[in-house]
Design a protein around this ligand. Structure first.
Ligand SMILES: NC(=O)c1ccc[n+]([C@@H]2O[C@H](COP(=O)([O-])OP(=O)(O)OC[C@H]3O[C@@H](n4cnc5c(N)ncnc54)[C@H](OP(=O)(O)O)[C@@H]3O)[C@@H](O)[C@H]2O)c1
Length: 339
């Protein structure tokens, strides 16, 4: 018996040590700015969906860097205020505030923009971070304006914010827009012939319908983020730069609507512990694009772990600037006020 227990203990310790070393190897090249001391004094930063996950960790870090104002733009007043007080408690700073923004309603986006117009003289950084991965239920498959939810929230509302905030970003003399995209954009497609991505979203093939694997409409909108970033870098004034980032595969509430059984969760948990980043680790990629001096970055490009993400950027290249322009023109058309 003592022999058996010694064996079990030794096996457990070996497994734990191997897992620790493997995790260290996997995370070796992940970007981290936690020791970086750059300050963002005088900067006003808006971050969508800053109440949880990567957005929350980013907002907390920006607040610590003494930004003039960090505006958490999110849809739920309680969650927004909770995030603000939790950041204030953690940092001791009073530079963070909540403003209401529901990206699934263009009226809400326009009301938010009106408030910014009235109250905020300049915006240094807009971080388009909020995102949806499979709407929660049938009632949330479409936005209030009738668009497919991934398209409406991940792309169209952020496009409206980015283009409308141009004068405020220009007023800062050194503006930047950051799109939180994903390497999954490489599975994205945009069919301008059928345009079904606008109202219905691309669906999974019948044969591959399972809980696992990314929703095509999510991948498509993450591609739209990177294409918008690329196109805006060409048409915005030169003082306003645009970057997109992939934060890596992170632990967050993004997959909250995915139905998985207890058994499925238990089976994948050890792998997740090995490969998934924490929200704080994922946020480092957003921070990288926010605080790295512009001379070291290339406007319009997608970054991951402190480097240009070649495969993603090549994919945007292969689709072509014409398509990126077409997407932005289509978005402008959809956003035209009804006569
Ligand atoms: N986690 C990953 O592995 C991963 C990988 C690649 C890219 N990303 C991207 O990273 C970004 C942040 O995601 P996350 O992982 O931090 O997920 P998360 O924890 O679920 O955060 C998503 C945020 O988006 C907000 N949001 C959703 N719908 C909204 C709406 N209609 N109006 C306003 N805000 C809305 C959520 O607000 P509520 O709290 O009110 O729902 C929440 O604040 C997303 O763009 C995602 O696509 C994540």
């Amino acid at each position: 018996m003592p022999l058996l227990s010694t064996f079990a203990t030794a096996t457990g310790a070996t497994l734990a040590a191997s897992a620790f070393l493997l995790r260290r190897k996997i995370s070796k090249n992940w970007v981290s700015l936690q020791k970086d001391t750059t300050l963002l004094e005088d900067q006003t930063i808006i971050i969508t969906g800053g109440n949880v996950g990567l957005g929350y960790e980013t907002a907390k870090d920006l607040s610590k860097r003494n930004a003039k104002s960090v505006i958490i733009a999110c849809r739920n007043i309680e969650k927004g205020n909770e995030a603000v007080s939790s950041i204030q408690k953690a940092t001791g700073m009073k530079n963070v505030k909540y403003m209401k923004l529901d990206l699934s309603s263009l009226d809400s986006v326009r009301a938010f923009l009106k408030k910014i117009e009235e109250e905020v003289p300049k915006v240094n950084v807009l971080i388009c971070n909020a995102g949806v991965w499979i709407p929660e239920d049938a009632n949330t498959e479409k936005t209030k304006d009738g668009y497919e939810m991934h398209f409406g929230v991940n792309h169209l509302a952020h496009y409206l914010l980015a283009t409308s905030l141009k004068p405020k970003l220009e007023a800062s003399g050194n503006g930047r827009i950051i799109f939180v995209s994903s390497s999954l954009m490489k599975s994205g497609q945009i069919n301008f012939e059928s345009k079904d991505f606008i109202y219905d979203g691309r669906k999974k093939d019948e044969e591959s319908k399972s809980n696992f694997g990314p929703p095509p409409a999510y991948c498509d909108t993450k591609l739209m983020n990177a294409m918008t970033c690329r196109h805006l870098s060409k048409v915005l004034p030169s003082t306003v730069s645009t970057y997109s980032v992939c934060p890596g595969f992170c632990r967050s509430s993004l997959g909250r609507s995915v139905k998985t059984s207890f058994l499925q969760k238990a089976l994948v948990a050890p792998i997740m512990l090995l490969i998934q980043r924490t929200a704080l680790q994922g946020a480092q990629n957003i921070l990288y694009a926010t605080i790295t001096p512009k001379e070291k970055l290339e406007s319009g490009m997608l970054y991951k772990d402190g480097k240009l993400e070649t495969d993603c950027n090549d994919y945007v290249d292969s689709i072509g600037e014409d398509m990126a322009k077409k997407l932005c023109e289509l978005s402008d058309e959809l956003l035209k006020p009804n006569e």
